[in-house]
Design a protein. Structure first.
Length: 206
């Protein structure tokens, strides 16, 4: 049968290579015995199969590892192809299904599939006198439950505990010293050395 459709590689190895579809059954895979052989590790040995049914081709996956996709949708049953469909055998290998009868329609379909993005026109730059000063960035919106931002708290001054502690210790020592002085003065005045401390004067005390 004369080729009414063809597959054109759009991404992957041999970009731009054309495979005319002339048989009723066409196999696609990495094995060189396939009708369409694509030598790439992402393609299974027997990846997909095309079958002519009536007036068009149906594609189905042949149990491949990475799957077969039509227009980025993975297929799990025979799927009818129409001109302009993108057939993907993996993430990086894509082929365009084209009709060979109407070349103008084929070119329009190919351009529509290849051009994925639209570049927005650059807005005109106003004259220097009409340029507005740059605006300061708006504050970030507060989320529910967020506390209002205020000035940072001043760190609390540490309590002067060491000075008070040393004052108390000094007073205690002063009382102890005064008490000792009064005690020894009283003993001396009352001549109680031999009574209180007889061991200090073993020869002088009776």
């Amino acid at each position: 049968m004369a080729a009414q459709f063809q597959l054109v590689i759009r991404s992957g190895p041999n970009v731009g290579k054309v495979f005319p579809l002339e048989a009723n059954e066409i196999s696609i895979g990495r094995d060189m015995g396939n009708t369409i052989a694509i030598n790439n590790a992402e393609v299974s040995r027997k990846h997909a199969k095309l079958t002519w049914q009536g007036a068009g081709y149906f594609i189905e996956d042949a149990g491949s590892t990475n799957g077969t996709f039509v227009n980025n949708q993975r297929i799990s049953a025979p799927h009818a192809l129409k001109a302009g469909d993108l057939v993907s055998l993996s993430e990086n290998i894509t082929m365009l299904f084209e009709a060979t009868g109407d070349q103008n329609a084929t070119m329009i379909s190919s351009s529509a599939q290849v051009m994925k993005t639209v570049i927005a026109p650059t807005p005109p730059i106003p004259p220097a006198g009409l340029r507005q000063p740059p605006r300061s960035p708006a504050p970030a919106p507060a989320y529910p439950g967020q506390a209002p931002v205020g000035p940072e708290p001043t760190p609390a001054q540490p309590a002067r505990k060491p000075a008070v502690l040393w004052l108390i210790i000094g007073l205690i020592l002063l009382f102890l010293i005064c008490g000792c002085v009064i005690f020894f003065v009283a003993i001396d005045q009352l001549q109680l050395w031999c009574t209180v401390f007889p061991f200090l004067f073993p020869g002088a005390c009776p």
